[in-house]
Design a protein around this ligand. Structure first.
Ligand code: AKG
Ligand code: FE2
Length: 205
């Protein structure tokens, strides 16, 4: 996998207080990014999982898939998911690129498919204990641009909005998951599908 010309550009520091968010634009060559997008979009891995909120079961408003050896249940308890999928060569190459550029290691990916503007993810922190004290999440986007919002847990006035573009990488690190929550909003606009790959490091059980 080849880094794009834009990789010479310094990353943008989106948040640098109570944790860090760092962004890179145009991570891969465009051909590679679009080939990965169609490979993932057309693969039969996607499932609509359910989530329990206030004892009620709901279908998640997006499709998901886990790659790697481990998965964490959406319910918060730590379980090995039987549904994990093996990394494809393209995904392994992307993982290596992301490890080089960020300096962090990863061993699994939670992939999200937002089929249209009604698909979303509500405010949450990625703070499952199995991700360690200060989880590091590298989030790579493909396809449609979607709005990502981070809000501070204590200081409600602190909100950071970012339009996550095709072929961009957003890294959440440091103590971020203790102090901030993030979401992908719904939109009334008619939008094309978006795939997001969240690279994580799950400590073996
Ligand atoms: O789709 C995104 O950019 C965010 C996904 C996310 O927050 C997650 O999978 O935990
Ligand atoms: Fe998240």
């Amino acid at each position: 996998m080849t880094l794009s010309l834009f990789d010479d550009e310094p990353p943008i520091e989106l948040i640098n207080s109570d944790g860090m968010v760092t962004c890179w634009q145009q991570l891969l060559l465009e051909d590679e990014a679009s080939a990965l997008f169609s490979e993932l979009l057309n693969s039969p891995i996607w499932r609509q999982e359910s989530i329990t909120i206030y004892k009620q079961r709901h279908l998640q408003p997006r499709l998901t898939a886990w790659f790697g050896d481990y998965g964490v249940s959406a319910e918060g308890g730590y379980q090995k998911l039987y549904k994990t999928v093996e990394f494809t060569p393209k995904l392994l190459a992307l993982k290596a690129t992301i490890e080089t550029i960020t300096g962090y290691r990863f061993n699994c990916v939670l992939a999200n498919l937002y089929r249209d503007g009604q698909d979303s993810v509500g405010y949450h922190a990625d703070n499952e204990r199995i991700l360690g004290v200060n989880p590091v999440i590298a989030s790579y986007s493909l396809g449609e641009t979607r709005r990502f919002i981070l809000k501070h847990n204590q200081d409600k006035l602190q909100k950071v909005t970012c339009e996550l573009q095709h072929n961009s990488l957003l890294l959440m690190h440091g103590v971020l998951q203790h102090h901030w929550q993030h979401c992908i909003t719904k939109t009334q606009r008619s939008v094309a599908p978006r795939i997001n790959l969240t690279f994580r490091l799950i400590k073996p059980f």
